[in-house]
Design a protein around this ligand. Structure first.
Ligand code: NFE
Ligand code: MG
Length: 572
């Protein structure tokens, strides 16, 4: 008999996500993913000064907190043909690498680990054996028997109090948890250490961007002055702190995060055969080394893979009218005029759809069932994210990516095919965190060298004055956000924003089916997944969390109907 499992809300994510899954004989046979917040940022941006767009866009989300500002300033610079000075590119790249390490570590420990780690089982661990385990996988110094014994005592008090706090409502004791108690205790220790560490690394953002979350950006460069002798500028002391934070981050990634992934993975090798889903992968690429326009100079490669064919990386052009398109067949929107796909420069966001909408007791999955649109590349459903980046970089022969992927597969003694899975997605995120750690330090050294050579420029005033702009201009700003390919498309008319469209990573992955019935990544990845207990759908959560969902990004804004109506009135 078929049964329908509803997980709503999915927790330990950003935003509001509902998953419905049809289970037959203990396996998922169909699935639907719904974004249950309404979007509206595109509506709010209309009519504004393009130079202000980044500040609105960045507040889409507090998780991938810098990437929308980056995509936004790039879109405007692309439209107005502005080239930023080398230091601005380096500082943006440094902030990008910082963001990756922060976001990926937080995801692994605080959003995803408890899908694999049984906190309650850690109480049964032998602290001495935990110490032996920890010292066998890493030289990270916090690994003595006493350290783990103390931690276990704290944990026991917590559990005995009956108030599990941040650990409440886990599926503790579920038979799908496979780690021995010692591995569970080690992971819980690192969960708490990662909480401490994550507040340190974001200081890189506060140094260059004034604050975190939501550091400041600037069309034409970065809004920080470099002067090594000036107390209020990026001076020698602040640069030294950035260097220390980046070095500590690299140590944390290499001595804690990576060893933990490698220690946990062997217990869950069955998950290398589950959750693969789509066989198509898309990346815009990022980390420019010779300007945003020079795509060949990117560290993360741009390209697409179809049908898991690692022998061919296809070119991707975000300007191509028939390349990236958004469909709304199963989304609570209507387009003016002809239906079908829209390239984002011709994209449309309104709230005029008058058919049945939420309440959400039952999704009408044959009709419209999500606030997310459905992006497609040349008609194909594409997965975006760390796995796509590692596969595209690997297939393109990028030496750094190939080396990092090969190292990880070697450590796991596994073939590349294990990557096409839930486990592969989680491993890819760890692999690229190490690349971000290494590249971040490279960019840092280059920034120091530029400053030493006398170049302190961080922005250009070129085309700052709207009088110098053409009457109409269009731009696209691409990035690789932690969760995947991100782009903002802008149309500027009479010096104001005429159209602005964000197509974000979680929109690609979490979107509803298209008009041809093709599932997007979340839905596809659940097909075939075993479900042991429909009342504790741990397996669904494992695969969905492996994408690191951010529905706030994907649907852009939550407002109640009254507020949305007001915004519409304000801009129309
Ligand atoms: Ni709000 Fe985001 C990232 C973007 S959405 S987290 O990474 O862009 O997937
Ligand atoms: Mg959008």
């Amino acid at each position: 008999m078929n049964s329908r499992i509803v997980v709503d809300p999915v927790t330990r994510i950003e935003g509001h996500l509902r998953i419905e899954a049809e289970v037959k004989d203990g396996r998922i046979v169909d699935a639907w993913s719904a974004g249950t917040m309404v979007r509206g940022l595109e509506i709010i941006l209309r009519g504004r000064d393009p130079r202000d767009a980044w500040a609105f866009c960045e507040r889409v989300c507090g998780v991938c907190t810098t990437v929308h500002a980056l995509a936004s300033v790039r879109a405007v610079e692309d439209a107005l043909d502005i080239r930023v000075p080398p230091n601005a590119e380096l500082i943006r790249n440094l902030m990008f690498c910082t963001q990756y390490m922060h976001d990926h570590v937080v995801h692994f420990y605080h959003l995803h680990a408890l899908d694999w780690v049984d906190v309650v089982s850690a109480l049964k661990a032998d602290p001495a054996a935990t110490s032996t385990l920890a010292q066998g996988v890493s030289k990270w110094p916090k690994s003595s028997p006493g350290y783990f014994a103390d931690l276990q005592k704290r944990l026991a008090k917590f559990v005995e109090s009956g108030q599990l706090g941040i650990f409440a409502n886990g599926y503790w004791g579920h038979p799908a948890f496979k780690l021995p108690p010692e591995a569970n205790l080690m992971a819980v220790a690192h969960y708490l250490e990662a909480l401490e560490w994550q507040k340190e690394i974001v200081k890189v953002h506060t140094i260059f961007g004034g604050k975190n979350p939501h550091p400041n950006y600037l069309v034409g460069g970065m809004p920080c002055a470099v002067n090594i002798e000036e107390a209020n500028a990026i001076n020698a002391e602040r640069l030294a702190l950035v260097g220390r934070l980046l070095a500590e981050a690299k140590t944390f990634v290499e001595q804690v995060y990576i060893p933990d992934v490698l220690a946990v993975a062997p217990f869950y090798l069955d998950w290398a055969g589950i959750g693969g889903g789509l066989e198509n992968y898309l990346c815009y690429g990022d980390l420019p080394t010779g300007g945003f326009a020079d795509v060949a100079g990117y560290k993360f490669v741009r390209g697409a893979i179809l049908g898991r064919n690692l022998n061919e990386v296809l070119p991707v052009d975000p300007r191509d009218d028939t390349g990236i398109q958004e469909f709304i067949d199963h989304s609570w929107y209507e387009y003016e005029g002809a239906a079908g796909g829209r390239h984002p420069w011709r994209g449309e966001t309104n709230l005029k759809y008058s058919g049945p909408k939420p309440p959400y007791e039952h999704l009408d999955v044959d009709a419209k069932y999500s606030w997310l649109k459905t992006p497609r590349w040349k008609g194909h459903a594409m997965e975006v994210g760390p796995l796509s980046r590692m596969l595209v970089g690997y297939a393109a022969g990028n030496a750094d990516v190939k080396g990092a992927v090969t190292d990880a597969l070697g450590a796991l003694k596994a073939p590349a095919s294990v990557l096409f899975s839930t486990l592969g997605r989680t491993a890819a995120r760890a692999i690229e965190s190490r690349l971000a750690a290494v590249w971040g330090l490279e960019f840092y050294q280059q920034l120091l060298a530029n400053i030493k050579a006398g170049d302190s420029r961080t922005f250009t005033r070129e085309r700052w004055e709207p009088a110098s702009w053409p009457a109409e201009a269009r731009g696209v700003g691409t990035s690789e956000a932690p969760r995947g390919a991100l782009a903002h498309w802008i149309v500027i008319q009479d010096r104001k924003i005429a159209n602005y469209q964000l197509v974000v990573p979680s929109t690609w992955n979490a979107s509803p089916r298209d008009g041809r019935g093709q599932r997007s990544a979340y839905e596809a990845s659940l097909i075939g997944t075993p479900v042991h207990d429909p009342h504790q759908p741990l397996e669904i959560i494992r695969t969905i969390h492996s994408f690191d969902p951010c529905l706030a990004c994907a649907v852009h804004l939550y407002e109640d109907q009254v507020e949305i109506a007001r915004h519409e009135l304000a801009v129309n």
